[in-house]
Design a binder for this molecule. Structure first.
Ligand code: NAD
Length: 495
């Protein structure tokens, strides 16, 4: 069985704690690895390494940092298949989906390759006579990243490239459920030539998270995970004086207007609700059917669901893999029970699907006539369950989104440009899709939701990432006016 360790100061390091956590292959239910869980001393060692590295890394030239980032980008591209294989082995997502995750991760490294442009600063010449003012952005020091199980490679790479490109050093605490892909991306970082200590990985659980949140040498924390933990991380980290950005859970709505292209809307709903077994923070979990679009939409989604191939992510034909753990699979199935008991119509029942072996598979479910008081609507299910809420008007759909506590993504499907434009203004969410179900911004924009989907004022990656990982320094300088200078520089005297 694979022993999975920390990466501290450029080397693989065993834990000082004897606590461990099992890692499973969700497609088979077999334990494939044993993960070392960090002690406080392990976290302290990682932070000490990052702090020592920061002393020199912050002054390394922009040109050198960019060269290393390019080298890293190339290594991640070369190893994309291996990263994807590790994602499938421990997360369960199908290989094509895993490849998509790596591709989106690479976008963030490529953005950070352009750090020279992002860090240019600004200059006001002759703000007053003989006075120039210029602003630069300086790194913070040691920053930490705490990441979820559902995008084990991409989410760390939302953080690390920008943080390091800006001159910070980094301690990553990946999810304990699928730690091998994030470990590989950290090993490639070493191979690219970044000095030891610039990126450290501590494997662990709450013990490691709590130590990072209180450690006096950690200056900022980026977190992505569920809303209760995001809230806890935000409160605890800021209480200890740190800069914190904490992205939480979601319940994303897709409004379908009567004039929508039904085939496009149904294709989008199926891929956005069931892709990656619904374990995406941008998954569509509620289709809001406006007026008489409901019946044809439900029929079109149902037809597509019947053709979905569910199986191990390593099978080329699989379109959806297992859920992350047995307990989570059972919890999701429990929501289907609760929805049916509360009066929702079970159009397609994922509990009926049968699978060979001990993998954590569940079929796909479509619940119609869902109302906002049902737990299938109020809770983040994070599984392959799509709820249809029927409303009479566009405004009712918008009001539903506004009254929902989460605000990650929201989408509209329509052929009406005016309605789409109105929706981009009305939607109470941080990321809006127009005929696009999962509007994850490209790497040169930034990612983040509203309301209970994000705590802190700065979203992740892109320009906002650069902002989060730097602090401004403004320099005001005065030099004698050449005209009044004791030395005659030959300037005219009347300016
Ligand atoms: P999680 O909140 O359980 O775990 C996230 C991280 O927090 C992990 O590293 C975990 O080890 C740590 N953690 C867990 N419990 C903790 C505790 N009690 N104290 C301190 N640390 C703790 O989330 P998850 O199940 O790994 O991921 C799924 C969740 O993440 C979903 O809610 C999903 O919507 C959300 N998510 C959000 C985004 C986004 O961008 N908004 C992106 C991906 C996932």
């Amino acid at each position: 069985m694979q022993q999975i360790q920390h990466l501290i100061d450029g080397s693989s390091v065993a834990s000082t704690s004897d606590r461990t956590s099992p890692v499973f292959n969700p497609a088979t239910g077999e334990q494939t690895g044993e993960l070392a869980l960090a002690s406080v001393a392990d976290v302290d060692a990682a932070v000490a390494s990052a702090k020592a590295a920061f002393a020199t890394w912050q002054s390394v030239s922009v040109a050198r940092r960019a060269k290393l980032m390019f080298a890293y980008r190339n290594l991640v591209v070369e190893n994309a298949d291996e990263i994807a294989a590790r994602l499938t082995a421990e997360h369960g997502k199908v290989l094509s989906d895993a490849g998509g995750e790596v591709a989106r991760a690479i976008e963030n490294i490529e953005f950070a390759c352009g750090l020279a442009d992002q860090l240019k600063g600004s200059h006001s010449e002759q703000a007053s006579t003989g006075v120039d003012v210029y602003s630069v952005r300086r790194p913070l020091g040691v920053v930490a990243g705490i990441t979820p199980f559902n995008f084990p490679a991409m989410v760390p790479l939302w953080m690390i490239p920008n943080a390091v490109a800006c001159g910070n050093t980094f301690v990553l605490k990946p999810s304990e459920k699928d730690p091998s892909a994030p470990l590989l991306i950290a090993e490639l970082f070493q191979e690219a030539g970044f000095p030891p200590g610039v990126l450290n990985v501590v494997q662990g659980d709450k013990v490691a998270v709590d130590r990072l949140l209180e450690h006096p040498d950690v200056k900022a924390v980026s977190f992505v995970g569920s809303t209760p933990i995001a809230h806890y991380v935000y409160e605890t980290g800021t209480h200890h004086g740190k800069r914190v950005q904490a992205l939480g859970g979601a319940k994303n709505h897709m409004v379908v207007l009567p004039d929508a292209d039904i085939d496009l809307a149904a294709d989008s709903a199926v891929s956005a609700a069931y892709g990656s077994a619904g374990e995406r923070c941008m998954a569509i979990s509620v289709a809001v059917a406006v007026g008489d679009v409901a019946d044809p939409l439900v029929d079109a989604i149902k037809v597509r669901m019947e053709k979905l191939v569910i199986g191990p992510g390593t099978d080329q034909g699989s379109e959806m893999g297992p859920l992350i753990t047995e307990a989570h699979r059972d919890k999701v199935a429990g929501y289907i029970d609760a929805g049916a008991d509360a009066g929702a119509t079970v159009v397609v029942d994922g509990r009926d699907a049968e699978f060979d072996g001990d993998g954590y598979f569940l079929g796909v479910t479509l619940l119609d006539h869902v109302t906002p008081d049902m737990t299938v609507y109020t809770d983040e299910i994070f599984g392959p369950v799509l709820c249809v809420v029927r409303v009479d008007t566009y405004q009712e759909g918008v009001d539903l989104i506004s009254s929902n506590p989460w605000g990650n993504g929201a989408a509209i499907f329509t052929r009406d440009g005016g309605a789409a434009r109105q929706f981009q203004e009305d939607a109470d969410a941080g990321m809006v899709g127009i005929n696009v179900p999962i509007p994850v911004p490209v790497g040169y924009h930034s990612f983040g939701g509203w309301k209970d989907s994000a705590f802190g004022d700065t979203t992740m990656y892109g320009p906002e990432g650069i902002h989060f990982y730097t602090r401004p320094k403004v320099v005001t300088s005065r030099w004698p006016d050449p005209a009044g200078s004791a030395v005659n520089l030959g300037f005219p005297t009347n300016n």
